[in-house]
Design a protein. Sequence first.
Length: 270
Amino acid sequence: MKLHFLGTAAAEGWPGLFCRCEFCQKAKQLGGKNIRTRSSVLIDETIKVDFPPDTYYHMLRDQIDMAAVEHLFITHTHTDHLFAADLEKRMPVCAKGVEHPLHIYGHDLALHHCARELDLKSKLYELHLVQPFRTVQLDDETQVTPLLADHDRKQTCLLYFIERKGKALLYGNDSGWFPDETWTWLEQKSFDAAILDCTKGPLPGRRNHMNIEAVLEINELFRQKRMLRENGRIIATHFSHNCGLLHEDLEKEFSPHGVLVAYDGMVHHL
């Protein structure tokens, strides 16, 4: 399973669009892995989680064939995770050579946002309502199970457990400490990697988003309970400039514990 991290920032990006803080200024000066766009991951070129407003830039930067994406899973409707207006650019007036439908999966509010922007009479889109803990079969080799997140109490926010060709991935972002129902479900599983929210960095708190302390605690729990398979890794992502740690600083925090720090454009194979 190929994981391609397209973006690894929180909602404001890093550096923030209008921000003058010292950490955004440092990111501009240093560049490289310190430049973070809004979060999304591409799996085996055909499965995408979330559709942020930076998707067009991701396509240019990493030379992605977005027309090859067949399945799009939406975690929730915050604009850094769903910019539905750009999905309309898949229509013939904007895109040539696109014939297969894009299957879009999400809870009711996410699908409502998509339906508002798209011509659902077109055969280029198919919307699929998903429910927590009910597995969706994509093909003979791939199944995805939505799980509950602790993020925005005003809507149902989802995480995704993706099983494909014998490999398993937990996409655990955006979320604070997982709800009990999600823990109960996960404890019956094993997986090769878990992508976790680390928006808060060293700042306190593990509701709505996680911090370094929470990610490291989950890393230990996953290993103690043998939920992480041999050579399995935790990958931290979705960093806010408010955490005050640039990429090299984050690596110093996480590397001793075997946790990977994602950066824009990073490719990791399971």
